[in-house]
Design a protein around this ligand. Structure first.
Ligand code: MOS
Length: 747
């Protein structure tokens, strides 16, 4: 029998939801059609700290179409305790509780919701609301807050405390070559394509369906159930399509709270969406300062690493990131110490943003490493090889795999790094200085407990389902490919379902664990279906498979095939008919610890990357163009090279933003983010992006996760801004230690 080339794990296919996405039939949360809808518009605090003394709603209520104005004064009952508002991120402190009381904790805090028959009426009425405030002294200046930085008593889950080794202070004092300085990252705000929005459908029996912009339908489900006291069955949360999130949707955001509050109070369907400006009222990457001191001997061998970082958090929660551990893990150096503290400012709690901690800490560290290479007069790539650690140097544990050497080699070759001239300012073309820089990236290879179901019908159609999300990453496609691979069916016969709190349990999509986790769950569920199929085939008269065991067969082209005698093939439909089955449905859970996974495994699990950047800097204008990037990534097994490449491209583009553009400015007198729009908060646009080459280094790793997958959502951003900063130094001879590197810092 002629067989088409098998499509499965490793096939570069288009994303299966591509057509829905580009034709607009994939609806985001704020687009879902619901009848008889009310529109909510959020009124935000004009001060950074204090109390609401009074709210004058008369003019707003007089606007035709306005139905209600909700404030802390008239809101319906909500949960009393902090505990009820805790979300999956488990950030220690007292979570923000919208419309809870008269207290204002940050500028742009939602303090009222206007509801009207049209969005326009709600928005206009909101502009008429007069609020009297009692103001209190605030501080949004991170540099002032640094005076009171501290080590939080309670640590956020997932936080890894740094481990010191040797005597770094002494080794640094003794080092013949030293680099020391403060490296900085500006606050960055989340600006995904899809703005935060929620549509709540009120069903009349007290139950609701919520379409929410989130990275986890079940996380939002748990939050809403807890805050509003919904029984599980009266609440369903959906997020089938998400227009980017990058960490902004890990925590339930206040629009979903407000939309559900209003729906409950008015017993009507309600939609609340944030405007682009309102997107600056919540999730942002913390501002950071990292004091790095490196010592080396004259051959370029590191002798001391000192790494102390502080990031911004709010007054009410201690948000922590793994900022200082990466450099200690990645470099072979006998003496290293680190310290991590947070400092409070009067803003919303800082939040996860693509590779939280590493995107900041590894990137800034890689600028210092570059400086040390120059101090030692060693090529920056060579410097990294001299100080290469095959093991996790902080924990003293081997990695399940670390193909960073190969990434350096393949990346350097593709970039033609060997043609680089060592001296800064030594390469130019016309009015442009050319610079080449490199950096290392690192991220975690994580795997979280995830369940999935697989349902095969007699017509040969397979549906796999899991409550994970697809925030643009390609989860639908990953689930489809894993199912195709496991049961030998073409992708056209497979439907992947996700983004629904009713589906089998999955964590938020984040941390780059999605493909490894939902992939493993889908594989297990499909394997269970395969076993049932084989059992069913045993009922066929004459037993064509001769009582074969599961290890004796494979699944191919919709048939059970004997490995030893591939001409013996039993179509799935024949097996199911013989056993009188119209469908086979199985559910399975993949978790660390199932089977032999990770049992007694004391190894570190990480992805690595080698990034090479070329910049061209106009000598007179200071304009920087990033003309070439090569990112060689070691991330274990690649399920779909096409969507995987897209993930790295996206990360690199965000890294270019971090290097050159993204920065939120606060007017500290007002305590307010001032550039809260795309006119003044800059992200890379098409014209900023030139040649980006992505290389996946071969890295077989049977230990890291069941499929050997390490995850790719975040590694692309880590270190990218450092490679660019280092290239700018090479081009101009000017070392800039604070990101973004705007023109004023170069001239
Ligand atoms: Mo990511 S910052 O875990 O969405």
């Amino acid at each position: 029998m002629a067989t088409a080339a098998k499509i499965g794990i490793g096939s570069a296919i288009n994303r299966v939801d591509g057509v829905e996405k580009v034709t607009g039939s994939a609806r985001y949360a704020g687009e879902h059609p619901v009848e008889n809808l009310l529109y909510g518009y959020i009124v935000e605090a004009a001060i950074a700290k204090g109390r609401v003394l009074s709210v004058d709603e008369d003019a707003a209520r007089a606007v035709p179409g306005v139905v209600e104005v909700i404030t802390h004064l008239n809101r319906p009952h909500v949960a009393w305790t902090d505990h009820s508002y805790q979300d999956e991120m488990k950030i220690p402190g007292s979570p923000f509780r919208p419309l809870y009381d008269d207290r204002i904790q940050f500028s742009q805090q939602p303090i009222a919701l206007v509801l009207a028959e049209t969005f326009e009426a709600a928005r206009y009425a909101a502009s008429l609301i007069e609020i009297a405030y009692e103001t209190e002294a605030h501080n949004t200046d991170f540099d002032v807050a640094l005076d009171e930085k501290y080590v939080p008593k309670k640590k956020r889950s997932g936080y890894v405390p740094p481990k010191d080794r040797g005597d770094a202070a002494q080794a640094f004092a003794d080092a013949p070559l030293k680099v020391a300085g403060d490296y900085r990252l500006a606050p960055e705000h989340h600006n995904p394509m899809e703005m935060f929005g929620s549509t709540v459908e009120w069903h009349g029996d007290g139950s609701i369906t919520v379409w929410d912009k989130t990275q986890g339908s079940q996380g939002v489900h748990a939050y809403l159930a807890s805050v509003f006291g919904f029984s599980k069955k009266k609440l369903r949360v959906l997020n089938p399509y998400v227009g980017g999130a990058f960490g902004s949707g890990l925590r339930p955001q206040h629009q979903v709270f407000l939309a559900v509050l209003a729906a409950k109070m008015l017993e009507r369907s309600v939609r609340v969406t944030m405007t682009r400006q309102q997107m600056f009222s919540h999730a942002y990457r913390p501002q950071a300062v990292q004091s790095i001191a490196l010592g080396a001997d004259r051959t370029g061998k590191l002798t001391a690493i000192r790494n102390a970082a502080t990031t911004s958090t709010s007054r009410y929660e201690d948000n922590m990131e793994n900022v200082v551990t990466w450099g200690l893990m990645n470099y072979d150096c006998p003496n290293a110490d680190a310290e991590y503290t947070v400092a409070q400012i009067d803003t919303p709690t800082s939040a996860d943003m693509r590779a939280p901690g590493a995107a900041t800490g590894m990137t800034l560290f890689e600028i210092a490493i570059d400086e040390m290479a120059y101090a030692a007069k060693v090529d920056p790539l060579e410097f990294r090889l001299i100080n290469y650690s095959p093991i996790d140097a902080m924990n003293g544990t081997p990695y399940t795999s670390k193909a960073l050497r190969e990434a350096f080699r393949e990346g350097a070759e593709a970039f033609k790094w060997s043609e680089r001239s060592a001296e800064p300012r030594s390469m130019r073309e016309g009015s442009e200085l050319i610079g080449w820089g490199c950096a290392t990236g690192m991220w975690d290879a994580q795997f979280s407990k995830t369940s999935a179901s697989a349902k095969l019908t007699a017509n040969g159609h397979l549906e796999v389902a899991c409550a994970t999300s697809d925030i643009g990453t390609g989860s639908y496609t990953v689930m489809t490919l894993v199912a195709a691979d496991t049961l030998g069916l073409p992708p056209e016969q497979i439907t992947a379902k996700l983004g629904d709190s009713d589906l089998p349990t999955a964590p938020v999509e984040g941390g780059s664990w999605g493909a490894a986790s939902s992939g493993a769950a889908v594989q297990l569920a499909c394997q269970a279906v395969g076993k049932k199929l084989l059992k069913a085939a045993g009922k066929i008269a004459g037993e064509p498979l001769g009582g074969a065991k599961i290890e004796d067969v494979l699944f191919e082209d919709g048939c059970i095939v004997l490995k030893d005698t591939p001409t013996v093939r039993v179509p799935f439909g024949d097996a199911m008919r013989a056993a009188d089955l119209t469908e086979i449905e199985e559910e399975a859970t993949a978790a660390p610890g199932f089977g032999d996974m990770w049992k007694g495994l004391h190894k570190s699990k990480n992805t690595h990357s080698a990034i090479f950047a070329e910049v061209r800097v106009d000598e007179e204008l200071g304009v920087v163009r990033v003309t070439r990037i090569v990112d060689a990534v070691a991330a274990g097994r690649i399920i779909n090279p096409k969507t995987a490449r897209s993930q790295i491209l996206g990360g690199v583009v965000m890294g270019i933003g971090m290097a050159l553009h993204e920065e939120t400015f606060s007017d500290h007198r007002l305590g307010r983010w001032m550039n809260h729009n795309f006119g003044e908060y800059h992200v890379p646009v098409h014209a900023d992006i030139h040649d980006i080459q992505v290389i996946f280094v071969d890295e077989p790793d049977p230990e890291v996760t069941p499929l050997g997958v390490k995850g790719l959502g975040e590694i692309g951003i880590v270190g990218t801004a450092a490679a660019i900063a280092n290239a700018i130094y090479h081009a101009t001879g000017k070392r800039v230690r604070s990101l973004p590197i705007t023109i004023d810092k170069i001239l």
